[in-house]
Structure formats: structure tokens, C-alpha cells
Design a binder for this molecule. Structure first.
Ligand SMILES: Cc1cc2nc3c(=O)[nH]c(=O)nc-3n(C[C@H](O)[C@H](O)[C@H](O)COP(=O)(O)OP(=O)(O)OC[C@H]3O[C@@H](n4cnc5c(N)ncnc54)[C@H](O)[C@@H]3O)c2cc1C
Length: 486
């Protein structure tokens, strides 16, 4: 990100790369940014050749479709790539990647575009955009699903649930499966079936050298280890294959809302609940506002096990405290997957800080009850991170946070760019009180702090850095929680 910021300062991204100053790439040379942050020129003929070699569209500022293609989910991220390669095939990915590597261009890879810090786009570089690649194929007999690298959770869930099957994916239906899985992948099913990356069977990966590799436990096992938690550091995942599990399309779930006055009791109850509940039960805690705008707490829960056991498992939650509202009822799993859906391109500006917590210690509970007050802009969310996630050793996959309880998130959203600085500052100020209770963070959510990126990979960092040198010595894939080649 430092490079992007440096390049933007030197070139003034808006005037150089914006549509207002540029004609379509067909006619003129394009100014672009290199990995080093310096400026370069892309000759019109070279861009034309790349366009001709691709089946999908190659968009430059001024081209029809460029403006809508450059937007990602977070409204705060307003960047203008020199080129957006709308890939429709693995071959397109290879062509675009080779073009970028040969010119040492700044490169971003976009799956679903849901990165909070905007890692899937850049100013002045080339974006490999997989959003046209969303095919999903279920092998019901073999209990696997094969999905293209631009698919969303919704595409995979719809196809697998049609067969009464599912795998762990995130809690938002329009999040890309690729970014989510490569960094870990928490969802309603992770407590029962492990992370999304724990359910990976194989990945079709285009590495920095342009090779298309089949990566699995048997083929390129070192890369397979790195892909399960190492984020987008090692290549472009053009297809991902997952193991599937039987899952009733109708499950039991909803949320129970409490007033802020019961917050301390709710947190303590919630901590006990997720420490002891069976793995078929998943519950998250939200500190947000109630329907009337007053601050409160909500426990979101989903039970995916045997229906006849559901009432018994949910009883402690059903009988706890004096709730304002209780929506728990039979619900389609695919509907539960849309409970929190934002628009795929959200005009709101979002900023987030997060970290894993091992326990709801008295100190943490004190900060949550006495210092944080949810309002229309700011909320907190505790996604459970225990159960089957903790079955693997921290070194079994690149994802190392295998002994925590929850992923604690502080999120703030606002409408206008003029509020960006104050919005980020207020999140950081609150986060400084919460961070002492965390133990590492989830690479898929935070803007990675270069000071802590290495240590956040824990005992796996040295192995990851060596693999990075082997597979991406130029650090072409750097817009992520970046592992520098050792
Ligand atoms: C509203 C919201 C809710 C979320 N909820 C959850 C949740 O419940 N559980 C959870 O685990 N996470 C959740 N996340 C975080 C989510 O996992 C990350 O944002 C993830 O990166 C999204 O993947 P994407 O493909 O949409 O991202 P993108 O923005 O496209 O990319 C994010 C990163 O992944 C890389 N990448 C993307 N696609 C590929 C690919 N095909 N090959 C190689 N690298 C790739 C990009 O280069 C970039 O570094 C949530 C995020 C948001 C915004």
C-alpha cells in the first residue's frame, strides 16, 4: 500500500489516470505505475496486442464500461487503474499477468472485490479482474464443488444446497470465494466443518511466472499449504475445488436482541455459550443499534444439525435474559447467508479494525461495556473462531490462528469522503483500547500494518517467505497482507 500511496503522490492519480484526462487506450499510449512506484508508458500497440490476445475485455480510462468496472465494494476506495483485464478464462489471466510481469507493472487481483482496505484495485496499475469467471460445478456423488476464481459465496451455496450439500464460506453472499478462502474463511459452518481453506481440495493457480499449476495435497503440496491462509501472495486462483458436507437446506436461526443495560450479562453469557455449545451450533455477538436506534447487543445464531435436537441446543439462548426481540425460527441456509448482505458495490465508506481474542477477559468486558457505545456509524462484531477451526495445529496450514475464541471487529461506516479522516481516526482511537486484548488479526479484514505483518503469520512466516521467494521473487502479488520474498 505504501507503494501505491507513493505513486499516487508523485503522479496525482486523479488527473493522470482519471477518465477526464485520458482517451481510450486504442489510440494513445497510457501512463501507468510500476511495482517500484515509478511512472511508465504503455505503448498503444502493446496494449492493442494484449487486448487482441484476450477473450474478455481490456478496459482503459475512457473506455465504455471502465467507470463501473473500477469500483470495488468499499465506497471509500476510489482508484483508477491504467488497465482492467476482465478475464473470462485462465488463458486471459495468463496473458494479463505476463503483460504486467514483463513491464513490472503494479498488479492487483480481484475476485469479489470485497477487500475492506481495497487490495483488489490500484491507481495506475493493471487489475486482473476475475468477476466474469463465476462458473460452479457440483459433483454430488463425489461430494466436491469446483468454482471459478470470481465466484461469490451465493453462487457456490445455491449450487451445493440444490443437492443438500454445503461447504464453509463467509456470512455475506456477495463476497468472493477466492479472497475469502485464500486468507482462511470463517462462516456459519466453520465451527462445524473448519475454515473454508480447510475444506479446499485443490486450486488451479497461475503463478507469477505464468505457469498454470494444479495445486493440491498431492501436487505441489508446499504451495497448497501456503494457499491455505497465505492470502493472494502466491498467484491467481482461477478455480477452487472444495469438499462438501450434507446440510439440510432448512436450518434453525435468527437473532435475539438485548438492550444496552444488559450488555455485561450478555457478553458473559455469550462467552459461555460458544465455549460449550455443540459444533452444529454457531453464534456471533453484535454490539449495534436496535431497530429504534438505541444501543444494544444482538446474538445471531444458527443451528445446522439434526432438527429434533435443535430446540434443546437453542434452549439456553431462548431462555436467557430479557430480550427485546427474538427472531429464531426455521430458515433456509441460503437465506441466513444473506442476513448481513451489503450492496456488492456499496456507496458507504467503511473502515475496520479487527483482531483475534482468546478469551472474554474482565478487562476486555470492561472496555466493551464502559468505553464502546454503538451508534448509527459504529458497531462491533464477534465472529466465533473456535470449534473445528481449532482442530488443526497452527503449522498445519499457513493460517496459524488455531487457538482463539473469536474474531473481534470494530467497524465504522459513513457517507461522505469529507468524513474519511475523522472516521478512520475515531476507529483507531477506540481500537487502541481494544487491541491489547487481541492476539494477531485476520489477514482478510485489516489493512495490514507492515510492522506486524510478518509476526501475524506466526510460526509459519519463515516457511511462507521462502515459498514467496521461490514462486514470486519479484513480489508481483503484493497488494495483500504481503509476505516479502525471503
Ligand atoms: C461486508 C463483509 C463481510 C465479510 N464477512 C466475512 C466472513 O463472514 N468471513 C470471512 O472469512 N471473511 C469475511 N469478510 C472478509 C473477506 O474474507 C475478504 O474481504 C476477502 O478478501 C473477500 O474476497 P474477495 O475475493 O471478495 O476480495 P477481493 O477484494 O477481490 O480481494 C481481496 C484479496 O484477495 C486477493 N484475491 C482475490 N481473488 C483472488 C484470486 N482469485 N486469486 C488470488 N488472489 C485473489 C486479492 O488480490 C486481494 O489481496 C467480509 C468482508 C466484507 C467486506
Amino acid at each position: 500500500m505504501g507503494l501505491v500511496a507513493g505513486a499516487a503522490a508523485a503522479l496525482s492519480a486523479r488527473s493522470v489516470f482519471g477518465a477526464e484526462s485520458s482517451t481510450a487506450a486504442q489510440a494513445t499510449a497510457l501512463r501507468a505505475v510500476k511495482l517500484s512506484g515509478s511512472e511508465t508508458t504503455l505503448e498503444a500497440a502493446a496494449v492493442r496486442d494484449l487486448r487482441a490476445s484476450m477473450s474478455g475485455a481490456l478496459l482503459a480510462p475512457g473506455d465504455e464500461g471502465y467507470e463501473s468496472a473500477r469500483h470495488v465494494w468499499n465506497g471509500m476506495i476510489d482508484r483508477r487503474p491504467a488497465l482492467i483485464a476482465r478475464c473470462v478464462s485462465t488463458r486471459d489471466v495468463v496473458q494479463a499477468l505476463t503483460f504486467a510481469r514483463e513491464r513490472e507493472l503494479l498488479l492487483a487481483v480481484r475476485g469479489g472485490g470485497h477487500s475492506f482496505p481495497g487490495y483488489s484495485t490500484c491507481d495506475g496499475g493493471l487489475v486482473i479482474d476475475l468477476s466474469p469467471m463465476r462458473q460452479v460445478m457440483v459433483n454430488a456423488a463425489g461430494r466436491t464443488v469446483h468454482a471459478a476464481g470470481g465466484a461469490w459465496g451465493a453462487h457456490v451455496d445455491a449450487a451445493t444446497q440444490a443437492e443438500g450439500l454445503a461447504t464453509t464460506l463467509g456470512q455475506i453472499s456477495n463476497t468472493g470465494i477466492a479472497g475469502l478462502t485464500l486468507g482462511g474463511g470463517f462462516g456459519w459452518l466453520s465451527r462445524r466443518f473448519g475454515l473454508a481453506c480447510d475444506n479446499l481440495v485443490s486450486v488451479e493457480l497461475v503463478t507469477a511466472d505464468g505457469e498454470v499449476r494444479h495445486v493440491s495435497e498431492h501436487d505441489e503440496p508446499e504451495l497448497f499449504w501456503a494457499l491455505r491462509g497465505g492470502g493472494g501472495n502466491f498467484g491467481v486462483a482461477t478455480a477452487l475445488q472444495y469438499r462438501l458436507h450434507a446440510l439440510n437446506p432448512t436450518v434453525l436461526g435468527g437473532h435475539v436482541d438485548y438492550p444496552h443495560t444488559q450488555l455485561r450479562d450478555v457478553i458473559e453469557f455469550y462467552a459461555e455459550l460458544i465455549a460449550h455449545a455443540p459444533r452444529e451450533f454457531s453464534a456471533d455477538l453484535s454490539l449495534g443499534t436496535s431497530e429504534d436506534g438505541s444501543p444494544g447487543a444482538q446474538i445471531y445464531a444458527l443451528y445446522t444439525g439434526e432438527p429434533k435436537e435443535g430446540a434443546k441446543v437453542l434452549a439456553p439462548l431462548q431462555h436467557f435474559g430479557k430480550p427485546l426481540r427474538n427472531t429464531i425460527a426455521p430458515v433456509k441456509y441460503v437465506t441466513a447467508q444473506t442476513w448481513f448482505d451489503p450492496p456488492p458495490v456499496d456507496p458507504l465508506h467503511h473502515y475496520l479494525k479487527g483482531g483475534f481474542v482468546r478469551e472474554y477477559s474482565p478487562g476486555l468486558v470492561e472496555v466493551l461495556t464502559e468505553e464502546f457505545r454503538p451508534d448509527e456509524r459504529s458497531s462491533m462484531y464477534f465472529q466465533n473462531a473456535n470449534g473445528a477451526v481449532t482442530d488443526k495445529e497452527p503449522t498445519a496450514t499457513a493460517f496459524s490462528h488455531r487457538n482463539v475464541t473469536s474474531n473481534m471487529l470494530l467497524i465504522s461506516s459513513w457517507k461522505d469522503a469529507s468524513e474519511d479522516e475523522a472516521g478512520r481516526a475515531s476507529v483507531r482511537a477506540m481500537w487502541s483500547k481494544l487491541e491489547p486484548y487481541t492476539d494477531g488479526y485476520y489477514v482478510n479484514l485489516n489493512d495490514a500494518d507492515p510492522k506486524s505483518t510478518d509476526s501475524n503469520y506466526g510460526p509459519n512466516f519463515t516457511r511462507l517467505a521462502a515459498l514467496k521467494r521461490r514462486y514470486d521473487p519479484m513480489n508481483l502479488f503484493r497488494l495483500n497482507a504481503n509476505i516479502k520474498p525471503a
